[in-house]
Design a protein around this ligand. Structure first.
Ligand SMILES: [Fe+2]
Length: 377
């Protein structure tokens, strides 16, 4: 039987950090022990050994598909590059976020999810991907085309996550519209008059479609067995509505009020790793560090910078002086939230999705990643 032994490691176990070795057999963790390692072991030189990171919300694939505005890169090559980048950042399971719901007046908001998902699933079926990929559909609930786009997905796609997004100006992520205006001016080259017209258009769409589409997206998620998540909750009322939909996962609550309401409703919170590392949100919302300090942060997502996930875990370990607690935010807790019970912890019987890293100064340096016992980076 093929066996890999990783010895002389600093193991980040669910409840403690311990020196020892770990044995992989048939893609799973067979033994964790602090005794003498068997012969032929790989010497980890004292490096940390942790579960592979689990990423629930990343736009990174979009960045590879469109490396510059208007450039549509060949999708197969983009998917491979994205997959390899994540493996190299220690991410061994990813929920690739794809937007459903489009805005005809914006060139950068055309439909793409169905096409891209088909390509990704084909690569996965062909064994071309290093890490474990799942679909995360980001449902823009105010968009005209949302329900038609969702209809193109079914149980065979095994959609893992559906998040309910409402990016209407004046609420949630864009309660303060100044950041959005800056974005539209610089990224989409909109002028002030166009921006005003565009905001009116979005508010009208919200009034027209918001409630019906939200209900439709919830129905869709339930029909395909996907986990539902809310997005950018900013008030108690919004969180209460999430709870009514049966939501147990909140992406990027924007205020302390919303994060506290999530706690009261038993909803786990996800905060962005870039927000943690930069010390604040790029949209001017609550700092993830404040939620971490208040014990209101459960899960971290790399959002738009894959390497930020491990860095954010290291930062939390420093803030909390607790590696197991910090690592759980990027492994065991997202696994639980996404309904994956076979991974996320260093424990016998779990998938051997593992990472080896060491700290150089305050920055983690990834040495190796394994997925189901196979080295992928
Ligand atoms: Fe958002």
């Amino acid at each position: 039987m093929q066996e890999t032994v990783l010895a002389n490691a600093t193991l980040i176990l669910p409840d403690r950090v311990a020196k020892g070795h770990l044995v992989i057999r048939e893609g799973h963790i067979a033994v964790i022990d602090n005794g003498t390692a068997p012969r032929g072991a790989i010497d980890c030189e004292g490096d940390f050994l942790a579960p592979g990171l689990i990423e629930l919300h990343t736009d990174n694939l979009e960045r590879h598909i469109q490396p510059r505005p208007g450039v549509d890169w060949p999708h197969a090559a983009a998917i491979f590059a994205h997959d390899a980048e994540l493996a190299g950042c220690g991410i061994t399971t990813v929920f690739d976020a794809m937007r459903v719901g489009s805005i005809p007046s914006r060139k950068d908001y055309a439909p793409y999810a169905r096409h891209l998902a088909t390509e990704l699933l084909a690569q996965r079926a062909a064994g071309g991907l290093k890490i474990s990929h799942h679909l995360h559909l980001r449902a823009e609930i105010c968009c005209e085309s949302l329900l038609d786009e969702l209809d193109q997905f079914g149980p065979a796609d095994r959609v893992g996550l559906v998040s309910l997004m409402d990016h209407t100006p004046g609420q949630r992520q864009f309660r303060d519209t100044a950041m959005l205006e800056t974005y539209l001016r610089s990224k989409v080259q909109m002028e002030d008059r166009e921006i005003a017209r565009y905001f009116d258009e979005l508010k009208a769409l919200s009034a027209q479609n918001g409630a019906a589409h939200e209900a439709g997206a919830v129905r869709f998620a339930n029909s395909v067995g996907a986990v539902l998540a809310s997005h950018d909750d900013s008030t108690k009322t919004e969180v209460a509505r999430s709870a009514e939909h049966g939501i147990r996962l909140a992406e990027f609550p924007t205020t302390r009020e919303a994060a506290e309401a999530c706690r009261a409703h038993g909803i786990r919170t996800i905060m962005g790793a870039p927000n943690l590392i930069r010390g604040g949100s790029h949209s001017g919302n609550i700092a993830a560090r404040d939620l971490a300090a208040a014990g209101l942060l459960d899960i971290v997502s790399s959002d738009y910078v894959p390497s930020a996930l491990l860095s954010a875990a290291a930062l939390l370990a420093q803030i909390w002086e607790d590696w197991p607690r910090a690592i759980a935010c990027v492994t065991a807790t997202p696994a639980l939230a996404a309904g994956l019970s076979d991974r996320g912890r260093l424990a016998t019987g779990q998938r051997a999705d593992l990472i080896r890293f060491r700290m150089i100064g305050d920055t983690p340096s990834l040495r190796e990643s394994w997925v189901v016992g196979q080295r992928v980076a």
